[in-house]
Design a protein around this ligand. Sequence first.
Ligand code: NAD
Length: 298
Amino acid sequence: MTQTIGFIGLGNMGLPMAKNLLKEGFAVRGFDLSDEARNGLEVAGGSAFTSVAEAVTNVDAVVTMLPNGAIVKNVYLGKEGILASIDEKTLLIDSSTIDVQSARDVIAAADERNIQMIDAPVSGGVGGAAAGTLAFMVGGKKEAFTRAEAILAPMAGKIVHAGGPGNGQAAKICNNMLLAITMIGTGEAFNLGRALGVEDQVLYDIMSNASGQSWSLTSYCPVPGPVPTSPANNAYQPGFATDLMLKDLGLAVEAIETAGTETPLGKHSHDLYKAMAADGNGGVDFSGMISYLADQQS
Ligand code: NAD
């Protein structure tokens, strides 16, 4: 029998994700505040509605792809929100990138009503959403994770269970904090190499075969040349925009404070990306940090 998904938030990520569900034979009932987004779903063969409540009526599962924790809370817990509009059989999947605490609060509210819910943020960006190759990091009970796998599959390249509620969000911010740190470090190494007269390609060949190796270096190299697909070869067009990295680092810093742990480099990378964005580079790929840092020196 055809499974029906209620999809809330049909923006840059949500619409292509919903399209991949449609392609795999799911029926999609969608809602977004934007007329254009709702039209996009209709054109792709889904049904668009003018309220959350209508979109989630008689569905097997709901997927949400929304901007932040406050909006997610409102859409799930509001008077005419998702929890007020579904029955116990509906599986809930929030794929937005939000703060860990909001994710845990919403899942706890669903749990109180015996409704299964997971947090399932993604990496892979708009390209991965269109190609159906997103990496989903999932938090929630094993049973809910197992149920969700078949629904996530058409949108996914990889689906990993990271533990209990909120752990998908936690894993995502840990990964992106590390990514920010390695990208800044990689940029610093090339800037120092240049200042000391070492050519980019030579330094790349050495570091990529030595202990300085990382994804930031070998898959997303911040200097043009060594990795032809990296944004450095395309005037640092994103890719992954600095504003999006800044959002994730902001969530990491919030979580660091709540968890009472120390991550000096994580906090410093947040400060550096904040300064880079404030300097008018919010739309530049995050690997453009190398040029921002070089400009600070001159
Ligand atoms: P977007 O701004 O393009 O889309 C968000 C959509 O939500 C918009 O269409 C907006 O109209 C809609 N919306 C806002 N409030 C709503 C409400 N109350 N009810 C219904 N719809 C509402 O953002 P995006 O790039 O699609 O990102 C969505 C989420 O995915 C964010 O949490 C983001 O951090 C995360 N994410 C984005 C990327 C990326 O590369 N864009 C990558 C990974 C994760």
